[in-house]
Design a protein around this ligand. Structure first.
Ligand code: BGC
Length: 429
């Protein structure tokens, strides 16, 4: 039976080859020339589906085409990339990995540890001091580079509609109490004080920002990165849960399953006064034609002015790709100074290359750049847990679940949530 199957498959293959050879030979010369001139395709898996993210991906697509390769888009919707990672796993297990994939944070080490990632060599990737040490640590395994870094997000931002505050004669909130005091006046005017989408990753993003605000970067590091048993049940974690519940009272019932970009739209339209979210929001505002400092403002989340809670976008190549093509044009595209600049302008990030100036960037990006360099020099950068920069995927899942449950169930006390989270973090350390 197996022999027959093999025979019939071989026969089919032969028929396909014969047929294709016939079609090829009988084609007119211009068609043949056109096919020969067709560029190789690189399939790129990512989770960029909002207006700003699509514009930013477009910058990469053009840069790649200029280097002779066509970008075959494989976007997987879902902010934060959880769905994208599930799809990627399924494709790798199936033996059909994409040509390039967005994988970020310690997940890079995890995939590399399993032997799936292709080591990369390129002069820029090896250049001394081109990237911050924190970036070098992320993309290297035993001195071998396995990922291409692209740009850096700051997550501890509050986005505001200045016209709303001006019209109601309210001070711009730089403290929690100012925001809480503004809330009744905003509500009276029919404006939601804080726009949010009640999705587990958005709740987790808010939680980590609040922990940083409440406890500072050193504590944040011990809690999320080291999962140090000595701090897991600290009163500052309880206070963070309390703050989360307090902020929930500033949100609207429409938040259930709202996407982050719909929440941003509310701020842009003046339906909401503020949103707390990473600077991919700025990418969306840019795509909608809005100007920083005029149509919207960015303020560091109260208590985090000097802090930088970051995520870094990086791409990898898989070994054993069924359609291998050279990865060099992709690496060169991502690291080209002009692409780095245009991509970051569209995405809301800052370039990962340290040798580029911030001329032409708005005040939000300049602030992000300034705070990142300072915090990097003083070793107090905070890697985002919610955006896969701080822990294993299992730990991240556990945090998402407990924070989400606390967020939707008002009968769960901050103390109980703290204890549950401590138990998970201890178990998963
Ligand atoms: C990624 C960004 C993306 C954001 C929203 C973050 O985890 O680093 O590139 O724009 O999620 O989906």
């Amino acid at each position: 039976m197996a022999g027959y199957l093999l025979y019939s498959q071989t026969l089919t293959m032969r028929r396909i080859i014969t047929c294709c050879t016939f079609v090829f030979l009988s084609m007119s010369q211009p068609v043949v020339a056109q096919i020969a001139a067709q560029k190789p395709m690189l399939e790129v898996l990512h989770w960029w589906t909002s207006a700003g993210e699509v514009d930013a991906a477009q910058v990469l697509r053009h840069g790649l085409a200029e280097r002779g390769v066509n970008w075959e888009d494989y976007p997987v919707p879902g902010g934060g990339g959880d769905s994208a990672m599930a799809v990627l796993k399924a494709r790798v297990i199936h033996g059909s990995p994409p040509g390039a994939a967005q994988i970020i944070g310690p997940n890079i080490q995890y995939w590399a540890g399993l032997g799936f990632l292709q080591p990369l060599s390129n002069p820029s990737l090896a250049a001394d001091g081109l990237f911050y040490p924190v970036v070098d640590d992320l993309i290297r395994i035993d001195q071998e580079v396995v990922a291409v870094p692209l740009s850096i997000h700051r997550i501890n931002w509050m986005w505001l509609n200045p016209a709303v505050f001006e019209r109601l004669d309210l001070p711009l909130p730089t403290t929690w109490s100012q925001l809480l005091r503004a809330a009744p006046r905003l509500r009276e005017a029919g404006i939601v004080p804080l726009a949010h989408g009640n999705q587990p990753w958005q709740n987790a993003t808010l939680f980590e920002v609040l922990l940083l605000s409440e406890a500072g970067p050193e504590f944040y590091q011990r809690y999320f990165v080291e999962q140090d048993p000595a701090v897991l049940e600290d009163a500052r974690v309880v206070a963070t849960f309390e703050r989360l519940r307090q902020l929930k009272s500033l949100m609207d019932p429409g938040m259930i399953n709202r996407s982050w970009q719909d929440a941003s739209r509310m701020v842009a339209d003046g339906a909401a006064a503020t949103q707390i979210m990473g600077d991919w929001v700025k990418g969306a505002f840019t795509a909608w034609g809005l100007q920083a400092g005029e149509d919207y403002l960015c303020l560091a989340v109260p208590g985090t002015n000097e802090q930088h809670l970051y995520s870094i976008d990086t791409f990898v190549q898989f070994r054993d790709n069924p359609n291998p093509i050279s990865f060099q044009p992709f690496i060169e595209t991502l690291l080209a100074p002009q692409v780095q600049r245009e991509f970051s302008l569209a995405k809301g990030t800052i370039p990962v290359r340290r040798d580029l100036t911030m001329a032409g960037f708005d005040d939000c990006s300049r602030a992000s750049h300034h705070v990142f360099s300072q915090a990097a020099a003083e070793h107090r950068l905070a890697p985002s847990m919610a955006h896969s920069m701080a822990t294993s995927p299992e730990t991240e899942d556990a945090v998402f679940e407990i924070v989400h449950r606390f967020f939707i169930d008002d009968s769960l006390s901050p103390e109980v949530a703290t204890a549950q989270l401590a138990q998970s973090l201890r178990a998963l350390k």
